[in-house]
Design a protein around this ligand. Structure first.
Ligand code: FAD
Length: 469
């Protein structure tokens, strides 16, 4: 702690999606300078403001982060309002001589940060750092200097770029600011729902930086070695489950990268090596998503492939409602949508199947699905969600061709052969055996299919042909 007359440099660290103390470049640099005022600002809603599940996670994540900061000697200050006004007022009130943050890449966040920099620049030093991705999106470019639009060459370019910077240690002690400015209690932000619907999320997840590191360690010691063979099977715990932690910055992509690399170095080559490579490749999809969002910011609302502007999406409100409720009559789709509703997450394979069903069999605009995911996913991430939806809908970078339409029955037989995943989420199909559960006969309590798959597929292909004309 410092006294009110302390003149050592004072930095406000504005936390956003970097709710961690380890490998946090803005916090690290501020702690090196002198006194630190950690700040979170509850901002007025902007485009793609956090949905309900994200807000719930944010509350838990801020709770954990405030604890970490307090243990190091500096309490998290919470304020509400326009960041320019909040920061300007605090800089003057506390005599701060710098404001630091880690960069975000969503178009609305870039606009806001630019405005904050312009407005605060006259008052104090304003500095932003790279801590959210492996490499700054401008660092990876084609030989012609243009952004990548295809994943494989992008991935190769990332590998050729060299290892990401090593993670920074967490500051052991933070020198706080006295007297402490007034702030809001976390509960005052109303991030938690008034009617508690989040028990499924609580049962599934642990929140915060420590939980993120524990999850990573457990994954490295456990499922990682079998990742290539098991990552596509939703009934198996074969993936890391790190996405919400990465999304809120409770752990950095660089830390994750280097911990897997360290494990690779410690274990004999062979199976583990291949598995680690496959998993890091998947992490590079996240990097690719950020690369695309940064270079093509309009894609958060519009298709990257402009010809899709002419697509005749259907206005099927009933179909959309059945999809959101997990009541389409297609077990794999329904299981996924119910998993999402209960846990705030869904296995990647199933995300692809439900997204394909919505955009192709039902012909509903990909943005309607993206918005539902946005509200219900605990890992809702604008870059990854946009990439995922546009990939499935066929309108994005390196997308699945529109004519490749996932058949929910055959996907289910292939990736959940024993029906374990289906039984977990669809108790009404409990009694059906492995073969029948994928394409159930009329079953009490379970809806009949809402579309004829073959006809819906042909209609989707016809819309696509029409668009191309
Ligand atoms: C329609 C659709 C929407 C999606 N929306 C989101 C979203 O909002 N937020 C989100 O984080 N992911 C999204 N994804 C990507 C992917 O489904 C999740 O990242 C993954 O299921 C998270 O589980 P995991 O952490 O266990 O992944 P793992 O398999 O353990 O992978 C490790 C990490 O790599 C990254 N990653 C893996 N696969 C992908 C991918 N296909 N695209 C981008 N990054 C990837 C994630 O950061 C993930 O945490 C979406 C995919 C689809 C098809």
């Amino acid at each position: 702690m410092t006294s009110p007359t302390d003149t050592t440099p004072l930095t406000i660290v504005w936390f956003r999606r970097d709710l961690r103390v380890a490998d946090n470049p803005a916090l690290y640099a501020a702690a090196e300078r002198g006194r630190v005022l950690p700040l979170f600002i509850d901002e007025p809603p902007a485009a793609w403001a956090p949905g309900a599940a994200s807000r719930y996670w944010l509350h838990q994540s801020l709770t954990a982060h405030a604890r970490e900061l307090a243990e190091r000697g500096a309490a998290l200050l919470i304020r509400r309002g326009d960041p320019v006004e909040v920061l300007a007022e605090l800089v003057q009130a506390c005599g701060a001589d710098a404001v630091y943050w880690n960069r975000r890449y969503e178009p609305a966040a870039i606009d806001r940060d630019t405005r904050v920099k312009e407005c605060l620049g006259a008052l104090c030093e304003v500095r932003s750092f790279q801590g959210h991705v492996l490499f700054e999106p401008t660092r990876i470019a084609t030989a012609g200097g243009t952004p990548y639009r295809v994943f494989t060459p992008f991935h190769k370019a990332c590998l050729a770029h060299g290892e990401p910077a090593p993670p920074l240690p967490a500051p052991q002690r933070l020198r706080a600011v006295l007297p402490r400015p007034d702030g809001l209690a976390l509960d005052a932000l109303g991030l938690e729902p008034r009617i508690d619907w989040a028990d499924g999320i609580r049962e599934t997840w642990q929140f915060g930086e420590r939980a993120a590191h524990e999850r990573l360690e457990a994954f490295i010691d456990g499922a990682l070695v079998d990742y290539p063979g098991q990552r596509d099977f939703p009934g198996i715990a074969g993936v890391s489950g790190l996405s919400p932690h990465l999304c809120f910055g409770e752990i950095s992509a660089r830390s994750v990268w280097h911990e897997v690399r360290a494990a690779q170095a410690a274990v004999d080559r062979g199976l583990f090596d291949r598995a680690a490579h496959a998993w890091l490749r998947q992490l590079t999809w996240r990097e690719f998503a950020y690369h695309l969002m940064y270079h093509y910011p309009r894609t958060v609302d519009e298709p990257l492939r402009e010809e899709f502007d002419a697509m005749a999406w259907l206005d099927d409100e009933e179909g959309l409602a059945a999809w959101t409720r997990g009541a389409t009559g297609f077990p794999l789709v329904d299981a996924g949508m119910r998993e999402l509703w209960r846990t705030g997450s869904m296995h990647n394979r199933v995300r692809m199947v439900v997204a394909s069903f919505l955009t192709k069999h039902l012909g509903v605009h990909w943005l309607a699905g993206a918005r539902w995911f946005w509200d219900t996913l605990v890992d809702a991430d604008l870059a990854n969600n946009t990439l995922g939806w546009q990939w499935v809908a066929g309108c994005g970078a390196d997308a699945a061709p529109y004519f490749r339409i996932f058949n929910p029955y055959s996907q289910s037989r292939k990736f959940d052969a024993d029906g374990d995943y289906l039984r977990r989420w669809l108790p009404e199909l409990e009694g059906l055996d492995g073969a029948a559960i994928h394409e159930p006969p009329p079953t009490p309590g379970y809806p009949a299919p809402i579309v004829d798959l073959k006809a819906a597929r042909e209609a989707a292909l016809a819309r696509y042909a029409e668009m191309r004309r």
